[in-house]
Design a protein around this ligand. Structure first.
Ligand code: GDP
Length: 286
């Protein structure tokens, strides 16, 4: 579900996360591996106030593995451990518990040294809408629990989900907002499906995708759509539109009179990208 964020919503969402933070030891920050910075809340460091944090790069099944490795290094350089995962299939999600425990090991050791039996580490998942928070909660819980309630105004009674005996996870995630002001960020989020198409025109999103594909993944684009030639000058909108038309023609997106239906072609391009039909594509590099 996509929400239109207004200053009032942001304040409310922030307050809700701050309430949850009081209950937890470690934050799990969920980002989209294809667009890690664009899917990141601009105020996240300030909001999380120095809580130990594990970054998860989700939907890694759709991202370019080479670029994802660069992102892992990028976050490591910031002092943040980052782990690429695929919440939908559970790939690498088994790694989460040991990583979270590592971040809390000093507290556990202190408890042990005082002769106290350490309790389970308490964790909270935070992230922008559609990044896969509910999917991950369900994956870690081993059953379907989380309602996809992306309404910042909705409060539910909080419950803990036991992840083994060593981690308790809050059953409702913390919902953060992306940075809408930046046009490039908006395009990346629209391309990956984090924000609804209605907020941007289909052809704008497809134009962004095709331009990026020609610049970074030309061969994959050619292979997917059987295009023989790609333009050199991607700053020229007309050249990009020509590629979109070629794709439309190849895929039968034609209106009467033989013209290409650009909206239909755009939808094909967007859907193919999101479904990984062009291969594993990252839309942002460190
Ligand atoms: P939330 O709004 O953050 O709770 O996001 P959801 O858990 O509802 O997931 C949003 C969409 O992303 C759903 O269609 C999920 O099936 C999909 N999704 C979640 N995780 C993954 C993943 O690792 N890979 C892929 N390909 N899709 C995912």
């Amino acid at each position: 579900m996509t929400i239109q964020w207004f200053p009032g919503h942001m304040t409310k969402a922030r307050r809700q996360i701050e309430d949850k933070l009081k209950l937890i030891d470690v934050v799990i920050e969920l980002l989209d591996a294809r667009v890690p910075l664009s899917s990141r809340n601009p105020m996240v460091d300030e909001i999380l106030k120095g809580k130990p944090r594990l970054v998860l790069l989700n939907k890694n099944d759709l991202a370019d593995p080479q670029v994802t490795s660069q992102w892992v290094k990028y976050f490591a350089d910031l002092g943040l451990p980052a782990l690429p995962i695929d919440a939908a299939t559970g790939t690498a999600t088994k790694e989460i518990l040991p990583r979270v425990k590592q971040l809390w090991a000093h507290k556990i050791e202190r408890q042990l040294s005082k002769g106290i039996n350490p309790r389970a580490v308490r964790a909270l998942i935070v992230g922008i809408p559609n990044v896969g928070k509910s999917t991950l909660i369900n994956q870690l819980a081993g059953k379907k629990i989380a309602a996809t309630g992306d309404k910042p105004g909705v409060t539910k009674g909080q419950q803990w989900i036991k992840v083994g005996t060593e981690m308790d996870l809050l059953d409702t995630p913390g919902i953060l907002w992306p940075k809408f002001e930046d046009q490039m960020v908006g395009q990346r989020l629209a391309a990956t499906g984090a924000i609804k198409e209605e907020l941007l025109h289909l052809d704008e999103i497809a134009l962004f995708i095709v331009r990026y594909m020609v610049q970074h993944y030309g061969a994959a684009l050619q292979e997917r759509f059987g295009i023989t030639e790609l333009p050199e000058d991607m700053d020229n909108v007309h050249e990009v539109v020509k590629v979109m038309e070629a794709i439309g023609r190849k895929r039968g997106a034609i209106v009467s009179g033989g013209k290409v239906d650009l909206d239909k072609a755009s939808l094909i391009i967007i859907r193919d990208l999101r479904a990984g039909k062009m291969g594993r594509i990252s839309l942002e590099k460190p």
